[in-house]
Design a protein around this ligand. Structure first.
Ligand code: SF4
Ligand code: SF4
Length: 446
């Protein structure tokens, strides 16, 4: 098998980055790299799915890694995993002995160890340039589940998603569910909510978004569902309106710069200064754009908003607003006034300023919810699934089925032309197509 064949298989099987971004995996498989790094850091509090995949299916992940190494001509494969998972590491090391050029790199228990730029530096000591990508230093980074899906792509397309359902639920657990099932059914599968009035975060507590509509469907990029009481501080903070974020920032930011001093990208030597972006809130003239430009380097990790700021402000959301304003003015990394071309230089205090996950959990008021989430078989068949066509990076897939058509799990129901970036979409259950629109295809179970 050559690179082209592997990339085609990944595209046809609908393999996209399962870590959150949803970037089509065939694009990475089509590049040339020196290293493939497996992102097994899983630093979002309460999420356990990557650990569980490595615990239950390590050989499959190794297979996926070897395929990606073959496709990119990478000479080395590295699994970056936190050293606290000592048992898993021991097992992975045993498997690595029978594989070629694969090593395990234990990482500290910090947030965000899984940020691609941090991961690349902490595993191989290379600094990704400002505004660049890991491939600029010869690295392809792949999530654990993406490689699992890549290895399976020969046999079956992506129709299921691993996720952890945690927080205020009766039985926190990790499982593999059909894509398109509703979040409400996933919560019920985890024993139901353990409080009356609740909301949930789609993804991890740091980078996930609050959802109040539990009829929304599971997608290929959801890594977890964190159920919390509606009046939990995390839900309240993440639900603040843009106006209130802006008003509070204007009136209460004292420019202490803690947000900058602990920012993971700043500590890698990038010129990202979230306190300067906060200052932009007070500008109305041309100075505003210059302060906003620092936000172009923000990874949206939320550490500044949910951990660093002593005033409980939200620099991450202000960075989001700044990026939006720059897009409207067509300002980007290439034409910005700030010079992003200098090579980053690591901050001398980086090692001492990393954020321990234990402290983060306490700061997020999640100590009571930080529990095991065992891996269990998903033995529930939904009555219907809604499979999204446009939730991944690239173009929306085009439906190729009709209402009333019978489909089997694994059938292609939406495709993407060869000249477009995107992923094929497949039926996740056996059934009949009951609805088609621009956003999704609904299938009712047989
Ligand atoms: S940490 Fe908070 S108060 Fe300090 S500069 Fe940043 S946003 Fe302002
Ligand atoms: S969200 Fe905040 S801490 Fe994270 S990269 Fe952006 S500015 Fe830095």
């Amino acid at each position: 098998m050559n690179q082209n064949d592997f990339a085609k298989i990944l595209k046809k099987a609908g393999v996209v980055g399962a870590g959150g971004a949803g970037f089509p995996a065939y694009v990475k498989a089509s590049s040339k790299a020196e290293f493939v790094i497996v992102n097994a850091a899983e630093c979002e509090p309460l999420l356990r799915k990557d650990q569980k995949i490595l615990e239950h299916y390590p050989e499959v992940v190794f297979d996926g890694l070897e395929m990606m190494m073959m496709s990119t001509s990478a000479k080395r494969g590295i699994i970056g995993i936190k050293k606290k998972h000592a048992k898993i590491i021991e097992h992975l090391k045993k498997i690595a002995k029978s594989r070629k050029n694969i090593e395990i790199k234990p990482l500290g228990d910090c947030y965000p160890a899984g940020d691609e730029f941090c991961l690349v530096y902490d595993t191989i000591g290379k600094l990704v340039p400002m505004g660049g990508l890991p491939i600029n230093v010869g690295v392809v980074v792949s999530n654990v589940e993406t490689l699992y899906n890549a290895a399976k792509a020969y046999e079956f397309p992506v129709t299921e998603k691993f996720l952890t359902v945690a927080g205020s639920v009766k039985k926190p657990c990790t499982f593999k569910a059909p894509i398109g099932i509703s979040y409400g059914e996933l919560i019920e599968f985890a024993g139901g909510a353990a409080c009356n009035d609740y909301a949930a975060i789609d993804g991890g507590p740091m980078m996930g978004k609050v959802i109040a509509d539990f009829s929304l469907p599971l997608t290929k990029v959801s890594g977890g569902l964190i159920v919390l009481p509606k009046n939990h501080s995390l839900i309240l903070k993440k639900s603040r309106s843009v106006n209130s974020v802006s008003r509070m920032g204007k009136s209460a930011c004292d420019q202490c710069s803690f947000c900058t001093e602990l920012c993971p990208r700043y500590l890698l030597g990038h010129i990202l200064n979230p306190h300067r972006v906060m200052r932009s809130l007070l500008f109305s003239g041309s100075g505003k754009d210059i302060h906003n430009e620092f936000a172009l380097l923000c990874s949206e990790c939320s550490l500044c908003s949910l951990y660093s700021c002593p005033e409980n402000l939200d620099p991450k959301s202000v960075c989001d607003m700044a990026k939006q304003s720059l897009i409207e003015k067509k300002i980007n990394l290439e034409n910005a006034s700030l010079n992003f071309e200098n090579q980053p230089k690591i901050h001398p205090l980086r090692d001492y300023r990393k954020t321990p996950v234990s402290k983060l959990i306490s700061r997020l008021n999640l100590l009571d919810f930080n529990k095991e989430a065992p891996f269990i078989e998903f033995n529930y068949i939904p009555k219907k699934v809604k499979i999204m066509l446009n939730r991944y990076m690239g173009a929306s897939a085009d439906a190729i089925v009709n209402i009333g058509q019978a489909v089997k799990k694994g059938d292609i129901i939406a495709s993407i032309s060869d000249d477009k970036l995107g992923a094929y979409v497949h039926a996740s259950i056996d059934g009949k197509v009951s609805k088609i629109n621009q956003k999704y295809i609904e299938i009712e179970a047989k």
